[in-house]
Design a protein around this ligand. Structure first.
Ligand code: AHR
Length: 502
């Protein structure tokens, strides 16, 4: 297999927004409780947060973190989660058939974010609540003081406003599973009204309106058109959500999942730009890809097992997927897809962060470890700086059942003028053959390869587990050969690689 690409710092697609490397913490399963927060754990700090998890989140390089849901947010009353802990109510979480203790709320989570160095992206409940409650939360969070709700925040121990910029107007409102699910028209009107009111209170907020829960939704495309027709001038982003898994043993198609992500993004851009044309708008709506990942469980699979009106567990084990090398390679290719669209995808959140379909796993009282997907995320977040470049890739292809003829190698590059560094991210989707990739560096002038790291394994089902937490990791790729204005690199079958040039 061969492929060829060109790196030219003038072929820019768009700046890489650091918010592309966001993640998502939902009150779901063991993401918060027994995940980031475990007061009895040997590494717990004075606030009950696990220090080992904090270190891993920092290493992962997560920028913005979406919170507190997800489906959870559509039944959530934010007031429950602030004020003296002893007075916080225990509530039913209908989305995940669990009990929410409200031990961790806005103040605690915000304090945890300071420890990990990430920005908060907060979702308001537009499922079972509306504009007034969204305004109340915004007043509580962002008004310095002198009003009932801002003074309540001060009384609750937080003198400075939280100053939250990014807000999601509900979650997956197109999904019949969502509490308060509604039609595109009904949601569009509510989202527009809420967005206008929120901006009246705080013009500096950046607002994300709900797009489809996935390109497979029957309303996909039309949902975006109708919702944006109502909200185009009121919001900044429309969301995309996508989860991928190997289906029916069709690994060839699974390895090409990023083709679906590319098409999804391009369809949403086309739809948003259509509304722009129709409304003669001057502004451009960008994408917040605020849920993406590999997810093996059918929706609500584990949750269906929790039954009975008397049975509402606290922090049950839900959606605890264990990821293989193949999963991590697909995952890395999804990051390539996001980067390729950096001009329009300016925010994204890996769903989720700890224990729940997560790159970081924990055991109560025990260790925390990196899943296979941790590695492509951490390295991409660290290396992808400056602008995405158009690499004009050509090469061999293969036939897939789901996506037709697809490139065996996919790649993207980023270049940072300020530091003079370039990064190239590559994936080889072949199950059997090495791929030799030639990279034309003429336009870069003289550069050398600082590092080449590959994720691959003779056993593509290998994973990191509690018993064997370091089975899979990145390895230096010794195959790089620098030529006259070119370099070649060999990518093993089913592999993801990052090259760092300077
Ligand atoms: O990330 C898990 C769930 O997936 C989220 O709660 C929901 O928004 C989506 O369906």
């Amino acid at each position: 297999i061969t492929a060829r690409l060109t790196i030219d710092p003038y072929f820019t697609v768009g700046p890489v927004n650091p918010r592309l490397f966001g993640s998502f913490v939902e009150h779901l399963g063991r993401c918060v409780y027994d995940g980031i927060y475990e007061p009895g754990h040997p590494t717990a700090d004075s606030e009950g947060f696990r220090r080992d998890v904090i270190e891993l989140v920092k290493e992962l390089g997560v920028t913005t973190i979406r919170y507190p849901g997800g489906n959870f947010v559509s039944g959530f009353r934010w007031e429950d989660s602030v004020g003296p802990r002893a007075e916080r109510p225990r509530r039913l979480d209908l989305a995940w058939h669990s009990t929410e203790t409200n031990e961790v709320g806005l103040h605690e989570f915000s304090s945890w974010l300071e420890k990990v160095g990430s920005e908060l992206m907060l979702a308001v409940n537009l499922g079972t609540r509306g504009t007034l409650e969204a305004l109340d939360l915004l007043e509580y969070a962002n008004v310095p003081s002198g009003t009932a709700l801002s003074d309540r925040r001060v009384a609750n121990g937080r003198t400075d406003a939280f100053g939250i910029r990014m807000w999601c107007l509900g979650n997956e409102m197109d999904g019949p599973w969502q509490l308060g699910h509604r039609s595109a028209d009904d949601y569009g009107k509510l989202a527009s009204q809420t967005a206008k009111a929120m901006r009246q209170l705080d013009p500096s907020v950046e607002l994300v309106v709900c797009g489809s829960s996935g390109a497979q939704m029957p309303t996909f495309g039309e949902w975006e058109r109708v919702v944006l027709s109502h909200t185009y001038e009121d919001v900044d982003y429309i969301s995309c959500h996508a989860y991928y898994q190997e289906k029916n043993g069709d690994l060839d198609s699974f390895l090409a999942s990023a083709v679906d992500m590319d098409r999804f993004i391009e369809s949403v851009i086309a739809t948003a730009d259509h509304v722009k044309a129709v409304t003669r708008s001057e502004k451009t709506i960008n994408i917040s890809f605020d849920e993406w990942n590999i997810w093996y469980l059918d929706r609500y699979h584990d949750v269906d097992k929790i039954e009975g009106i008397e049975n509402w567990p606290v922090a049950p084990r839900l959606l605890e997927d264990s990821y293989t090398v193949a999963d991590a390679v697909v995952f890395g290719s999804l990051l390539i897809s996001l980067l390729k669209h950096a001009d329009r995808v300016t925010s994204a959140s890996l769903a989720q962060l700890v224990n729940v379909i997560a790159p970081i796993m924990t055991e109560p009282g025990g260790p925390a470890w990196r899943q296979t997907t941790f590695f492509p995320f951490a390295l991409t977040s660290r290396l992808a700086k400056g602008c995405t470049l158009e690499v004009r890739l050509t090469g061999d292809t293969y036939a897939t059942e789901q996506f037709g003829e697809v490139n065996l190698v996919d790649a993207v590059a980023t270049h940072d003028d300020a530091s003079g560094t370039t990064a190239v991210f590559l994936v080889n989707r072949s199950q059997t053959e090495d791929a030799t990739v030639t990279i034309d560096l003429t336009a870069l002038g003289s550069v050398s390869v600082v590092d080449a790291q590959t994720l691959a394994d003779a056993d593509i089902q290998a994973r990191n587990t509690l018993d064997d937490p370091e089975r899979v990791g990145l390895r230096p790729n010794p195959s790089v050969v620098a030529g006259d204005h070119t370099l070649t690199v060999t990518l093993p079958p089913v592999s993801w690689t990052a090259l760092s040039l300077a």
